[in-house]
Structure formats: structure tokens, C-alpha cells
Design a protein around this ligand. Structure first.
Ligand SMILES: *Cc1c(COP(=O)(O)O)cnc(C)c1O
Length: 433
């Protein structure tokens, strides 16, 4: 149990409810994304809960994270989204990880390691990424252009006798933009890539693309399913953010009258309500000191907060080193006794000061909610993101490693959590100080 009272409560019950909700909407198998320590929620506990709930596939950032997830999920298939770095092939084979590949060195490292172990032919599954427009990673293909890069890669892949092309994947640039009439050009590129691979006798069993937005609302989800079925592959979708309880903001385009489509929302173009998903993480601290200021006195670095009246300030032992974005200084608020307490002055590295003048009775040990609900009020990762000029993905990932992740009070210790190793503690929140 932590002594410094700042912690995050991770509701595996909500995570799993979000997963079931997504699975019901998807119409295809899901590959839950637990990269970046499950968006700050704890990759091992989340992966264990998701596999206990039925997930067979998981996606992680890198081999290190894959090794950690493997220790609690012995049966899951674990896809390593960032590929492998030189020297990681042995770990990938030891822990049965499934790397995404697109660079020659990915193939060389894996083939050499597999040959060195005398592994049988076709025994190492890899997933090939197609860069269909992100210009980030993957083999680059362009609309209406010959697949110059894919053909030699397909040849090299075929020459690696230990490797088996199990899956092909891509990533969409703007999955939150919904349109019944606009074809996603990235799907046409994926189509061309599958045709090229088929020409080399390479027929992947799996085709995966799409994020949370695609899973809950995309017309692209249906296009992806049709494409997979034309090539005899199983489609998989890769939601991340919605598992943790948030949806992106959809941009629904009006139906294009010139396209001849009937007006009104076409199937798959109206997103579900954000309230269908429940944030799995709450971030809390407690008042650890109180003081009164006379009018004209200031608080924090650079005097950016000045008391206009007799003011009561409360100290919270959480700062930007915990991941509380410094851009929330003098802009954000926290929840205390069911009311909003504005952040007063600059957020410091380890502390934040809030104005509780209008919250009578504020006392040492009072719970302060940085992210989550208290009484009738809530602060969401979208609220913090809007104030800090960023996105909820970054708000969640920024909650730093020194903030312990705990089980919310009243939530049964799920059996799968018992499998979590000691470095991923989940226990009760601290008592009041
Ligand atoms: C992060 C990521 C996802 C999940 O995206 P969300 O928007 O969080 O649902 C899916 N696929 C890839 C390749 C990713 O990097």
C-alpha cells in the first residue's frame, strides 16, 4: 500500500464490460491493444483480464512488453506492433511473440534465430504491415502505382523457409471520419497488396486493420470484412482506446447527394453513444495540507495565482512528475466533496495547489479526484485533453509509473488478477491519512 497518497484505480470489471460491448458491435474477432502498458492501465493485469474474458489476440508495443504479457497470458497470441529490433529475435521466439515485419532486417533476424534453433519450416508466424497512407511503418504502397517495394519483399519473405506469412495488416489515418459514400482509399491499397502477395503464392490467413472507431462505427469495418472474405482471410479489428472507456469524436459526413445514395445515415455510419463505454481508470489523491491567504497574496512559481479575497488553498501531493499536465495550471480543476476545486497557480513537479474557498469543511485526507467521478461530477480524459491541447490517449499514457495502479474499493479481486506477478500490484486503495 502506498504511503504517498496518489494512485490510479483500474476497474477490470469496466475494462471487460467495454471489451464485451466492442465484441458485440464488431462482427469480427478483436485483437485488444494493450500497448504502452495498456494505455497506462497496466498491460499485464489488463491482458490477463481480457484473455480471461475471451480475447485470443493481444497487441503490444515491443518485445519487452510482449514478454511481460506472456508471463500472465500463456495461451494468447501476442502481436508486436513495432516490429523487432536487432537482438530481439531470440526473445520473440522464446516467448512465442508474433512480430509485425516490413524491414529486411526483421526477416533476417528472425530467420537466423529460427535456423540456429533448428526449428521446423514455416514455424514462425509473422504479420506483414502495409503502409497504405500513414507513411509511418510498413511496406509502402501508393494508389495506382506498381508495388515496387512489396514484390521484392514478398520474394525475400518466401525465401525465409522458417517464416510463415500468417497475417497482413495496415493502419488507417482517419478512422473517426465516417462516410457512407467516400471509399477509404487505404482499403483499395490493401486489396492491391493482397493481390500482389497472392501472385507470389502468399495467402495470409488473417487480415487486420482499424482501431476503436472502426470497430464501433466504421463503414470501413464492413469493407474490411468483405475484402478479407474475398481473399479467404479472417478479419480482425484492433481497438485500444474504447477498451479503456473512451471514444474518439466522430465526424459524420452528410451523405453525398451526387453519389446516388439515399439520404439518411447509411449502416455503420452512426456511432454509438460515448456513454456506452465506461472509463476504466480513476486517478485520485488526498488533501495533505491547508492554508489561508489574505487578498493580494500569491501561490506557486512566478506568482501566477493571486488571492482576490480571503482564500483557502489545499495541497495535493501530485504533480507533473505523476503525469498531471502542467498546461492545466490555473485552468483545470479537481473534485473535492462533490464540488470543483480550481487549480491555483502552476502545477509543480510533485505538488498541485487547489482553491477550496468555496468548499466548506475541506479537511486533511479529503479525497481529490484528478480523473474520474465523485458525487454527481466527473472529469474525463477528454476534459483534461481539451484543456491541455492534447488527446485522451496522451492523458492516459502520461500517468507515470510512480503512480500505483490499484483495484477500486468494492470491486472484487478478479481471479485473473491473482495471476499478476508481484511487480504489478493490485490491492486496495489507501485509507485516508
Ligand atoms: C494504437 C493502435 C491501435 C488502437 O487504436 P485506438 O485508437 O486506441 O483504438 C490499433 N492499431 C494500431 C497499429 C495501433 O498502433
Amino acid at each position: 500500500m502506498p504511503h504517498r497518497p496518489v494512485w490510479a484505480e483500474i476497474s477490470l470489471r469496466k475494462l471487460v464490460a467495454n471489451y464485451h460491448r466492442l465484441q458485440a458491435l464488431a462482427g469480427a474477432e478483436l485483437m485488444p491493444v494493450v500497448k504502452a502498458n495498456a494505455y497506462g492501465h497496466g498491460a499485464q493485469v489488463c491482458a490477463a483480464a481480457l484473455t480471461a474474458a475471451g480475447a485470443r489476440w493481444l497487441a503490444v508495443t515491443d518485445a519487452d512488453e510482449g514478454v511481460g504479457v506472456r508471463s500472465v497470458c500463456p495461451g494468447a497470441r501476442i502481436v508486436v506492433l513495432s516490429g523487432i529490433w536487432p537482438g530481439e529475435a531470440e526473445a520473440a521466439l522464446d516467448h512465442r511473440l508474433t512480430p509485425v515485419v516490413w524491414e529486411d532486417y526483421h526477416l533476417e533476424e528472425l530467420e537466423r534465430a529460427a535456423a540456429g534453433r533448428g526449428m521446423p519450416p514455416n514455424s514462425v508466424a509473422v504479420h506483414l504491415e502495409i503502409d497504405s497512407g500513414m507513411s509511418r511503418q510498413g511496406i509502402r504502397l501508393r494508389p495506382q502505382a506498381a508495388s515496387f517495394d512489396l514484390e521484392p519483399f514478398a520474394q525475400r519473405l518466401r525465401a525465409c523457409s522458417h517464416l510463415r506469412l500468417e497475417g497482413v495488416m495496415t493502419h488507417f489515418c482517419e478512422p473517426q471520419r465516417l462516410s457512407a459514400s467516400r471509399e477509404n482509399p487505404q482499403i483499395a491499397i490493401l486489396d492491391a497488396a493482397l493481390a500482389t502477395l497472392a501472385g507470389f503464392g502468399l495467402a495470409p490467413e488473417l487480415l487486420h486493420a482499424g482501431n476503436s472507431s472502426t470497430t464501433v462505427a466504421g463503414a470501413d469495418r464492413e469493407r474490411l470484412r468483405r475484402l478479407a472474405s474475398r481473399f479467404g482471410a479472417e478479419p480482425l479489428l484492433r481497438p485500444g482506446l474504447a477498451l479503456y472507456g473512451y471514444l474518439d469524436r466522430f465526424q459524420v459526413e452528410a451523405p453525398d447527394s451526387s453519389s446516388g445514395l439515399a439520404s439518411g445515415a447509411a449502416p455503420g455510419t452512426s456511432p454509438p453513444e460515448p456513454s456506452d463505454f465506461q472509463p476504466a481508470l480513476a486517478w485520485k489523491t488526498q488533501i495533505s495540507s491547508l492554508r489561508s491567504l489574505d487578498p493580494g497574496e500569491t501561490a506557486g512559481y512566478d506568482h501566477t495565482f493571486t488571492a482576490r479575497r480571503r482564500t483557502t488553498l489545499a495541497l495535493l501531493p501530485a504533480g507533473y512528475a505523476d503525469g498531471l499536465n502542467r498546461l492545466l495550471s490555473n485552468r483545470g480543476h479537481v473534485l473535492i466533496r462533490g464540488s470543483r476545486a480550481p487549480i491555483a497557480g502552476r502545477i509543480s513537479m510533485d505538488q498541485t495547489v487547489v482553491d477550496v474557498t468555496e468548499i466548506p469543511g475541506s479537511a486533511l485526507g479529503d479525497e481529490a479526484v484528478l480523473l474520474g467521478t465523485q458525487g454527481q461530477l466527473a472529469i474525463s480524459a477528454w476534459d483534461l485533453a481539451d484543456l491541455a491541447g492534447t488527446i485522451p490517449w496522451e492523458i492516459l499514457c502520461a500517468i507515470s509509473a510512480r503512480v500505483p495502479r490499484l483495484t477500486p474499493a468494492g470491486e472484487e479481486m478478479a481471479p485473473e488478477c491473482a495471476k499478476a506477478p508481484p511487480d504489478a500490484p493490485l490491492d486496495a486503495p489507501p485509507d485516508r491519512i
